[in-house]
Ligand binder design. Sequence first.
Ligand code: SF4
Ligand code: SF4
Ligand code: SF4
Length: 306
Amino acid sequence: MHHEISKGLFDMFPMEDKTDFYSAYLYMKYADHFLHQGALSMGMAGREPKRKIDEALVEMIKFHIQEISEVGMSRETNVYHGKLVRTKDASQLVSQKGDLTLPLSESVVPFKLARDVILKNPESIAVGTCPCRMVSGNPCLPEPMEVCMFVGEPFASFIAEQNPYYRKTTQEEAVHIIETTHKQGCVHSAFFKKDMGNRFYAICNCCKCCCLGVKIWNMTGGSYPYFTASGYVSTVDASKCDGCGICADDLCPFNAISLDEEANIAVIDFEKCLGCGVCDSICPTGALQLRREPAKGEPLDIQALK
Ligand code: SF4
Ligand code: SF4
Ligand code: SF4
């Protein structure tokens, strides 16, 4: 059984990408160490992962991170990226019944590599303790922090078997996690990776305090282009905004909301807003709303794209 699941992962890669199997294996098996080394490579401190692994494995993980970052500066060559999705779109991705192959255009996922949704046995989902929060100095969620989800095969079975922090879950629980984390102010991202079969493989529910991806994005002002907007932006209805400032109080994961104190109104920075939807239901007067914005790409709404 043990080897069958690993062989399933190996078999997924076409001949020309067979060597990606080794990176996928390492990444899923040691996601906590991967995120820890990623943070160290950016000069961020954090907690050491609880489980110790061989130094040789750490060296391999460092090499893998270096490979990813070397090609990451351009959307032509980037191999590891996240498409922001609204709560509804994230829920659809974990509720699909039956296999689905949906090649996405660059207007949805504007990267040359790794942009297809290929769901094989999408009802097979693994959820695990978020590795970013595991290695963050002061994690924002209570234990067990199970908000990181691998969707479909061969990923879900592999990570549930090979990584002690992951377990199989149901589509209903996956939707529940997405809705709960939305209320906690988390961003949903659909992750795509070349080393994971050139396709979508995970839904993450991230915050700006622990998520390595969001932290690096904010630190570099988005100049390392591994996130792409949801296809929406947030807008303020001036007639409804009373300037209470709730939304401008460190809520936006990408620091796109401020308060114009003179005009007493919230202001959205169009460039910074990635349309994550975190602010969507937060305004007590209903002044903040997401609206479709073609300049922010096309949404990853699998029902509409089908
Ligand atoms: S990307 Fe998000 S959910 Fe995934 S491991 Fe990092 S913070 Fe956790
Ligand atoms: S929470 Fe609503 S009312 Fe308050 S500042 Fe923001 S948009 Fe305006
Ligand atoms: S302004 Fe709202 S929708 Fe835009 S990035 Fe911030 S929280 Fe997300």
